[in-house]
Design a protein around this ligand. Structure first.
Ligand code: DP6
Length: 329
């Protein structure tokens, strides 16, 4: 049995588009901050003689597409080591999955570490990042803690498409996550990217912009230029959404609470609080701010009818093995 844990991450420069869907290789790089509030614990056990893999998430047995995704992921490791043994996967999240918060990043990063371990496959961190990427692109970044940069690489098989930690950045930021009320089915990232790439007239411009934003965001982090960082991160987020909205038919992840929170963040900044927002493929707004402003920011993001709760998070560490699953209430 192997247990691993990993945190989710939120991208400051977004991944939205693949150059190869089969190997799950991104079309451009991305840059993120790992968050400790959004954590997955995963226990993987070999089940000798079992006919197939099984999956439990937060205590509920899961079948269908999610199980198939796990099976195909485990096959990558099974093929590598020449072992066809079935596994049982138990996964627990420390955040409300029903709310549709990003969970594939922490899930596949933890799974990569646990599955490699259970089959005795020794991997470097770059190799683990590549493996996690095959499960979900954003998971490649969750192998590492803190600020992380993902490179798209040029190799056809994705051998150079992995993430690395950004060393020597002294820019402490924490996050308030404005969780919108759970909604009915939305378009997931994988399908959303595919549809955007196929039909959005802005797609090529978006990919070109990401390369510029990556360099500029890394430079703003290194020079501790908050205003510049705020402008770049919000710009990159809105460009990603504009690109998705311009697809035919357009994909709109925003809800009324999303626009409300954007407005609040910008008002706070205009009043002098250093804070900026970003938004993934859903309605939740994540506000980044230095630690001393976190409580005030979280408070200002509370109060909309469609905001279920505001979670606060500090910086998370990289994916790693653990002794046992914790008790999560
Ligand atoms: C908007 O990593 O979920 O959160 O590789 O298809 O699993 P797949 O996509 P996924 O996409 C994340 C999209 C995003 C931006 C980001 O995290 O960079």
């Amino acid at each position: 049995m192997s247990v691993a844990t990993a945190c989710a991450n939120i991208a400051l420069v977004k991944y939205w588009g693949k150059r190869d869907a089969l190997h799950n290789i991104p079309a451009a790089g991305s840059l993120s901050l790992t968050l400790d509030r959004l954590r997955t614990w995963t226990e993987v056990t070999r089940v000798e003689g079992a006919p197939s893999d099984t999956l439990t998430i937060d205590g509920h047995p899961v079948a269908g597409h999610a199980l198939e995704r796990i099976r195909r992921f485990a096959d990558l490791v099974r093929r590598e080591v020449g072992d066809s043994g079935a596994i049982s996967v138990k996964s627990q999240n420390t955040f409300p999955t029903a709310a549709g918060l990003a969970s594939s990043a922490s899930a596949f990063a933890a799974l990569a570490v646990a599955v490699a371990d259970v089959f005795g496959l020794k991997m470097t961190e770059s190799e683990l990042s590549i493996l996690a990427r095959r499960g979900s692109g954003s998971a490649a970044r969750s192998i590492f803690g803190g600020y992380v940069r993902m490179q798209a690489g040029v190799a056809e098989d994705g051998a150079d498409a992995y993430a690395s930690p950004l060393e020597d950045i002294d820019f402490p930021l924490v996050a308030a996550i404005c969780v919108a009320r759970a909604e009915a089915k939305k378009i997931g990232s994988t399908d959303g990217m595919k549809h955007t790439r196929a039909t959005s007239p802005y797609y090529d411009a978006w990919i070109r912009q990401v390369d510029l934003d990556l360099e500029a965001v890394e430079a703003a982090l290194r020079s501790q230029d908050f205003e510049r960082l705020a402008e770049l991160v919000e710009g990159n987020c809105l460009a990603m959404h504009a690109n998705a909205m311009a697809a035919r038919p357009g994909i709109v992840y925003f809800r009324s609470s999303t626009l409300w929170a954007i407005e609040r963040v910008r008002t706070l900044r205009a009043e002098g609080t250093p804070v900026f927002f970003t938004i993934d493929a859903g309605p939740h707004v994540v506000a980044f701010t230095p630690p001393e402003h976190l409580n005030a920011v979280a408070q200002r993001l509370t109060g909309h009818l469609d905001v279920a709760e505001v979670l606060t998070s500090s910086v998370g560490d990289g994916a790693h093995l653990a002794d046992a699953m914790p008790e999560i209430s």
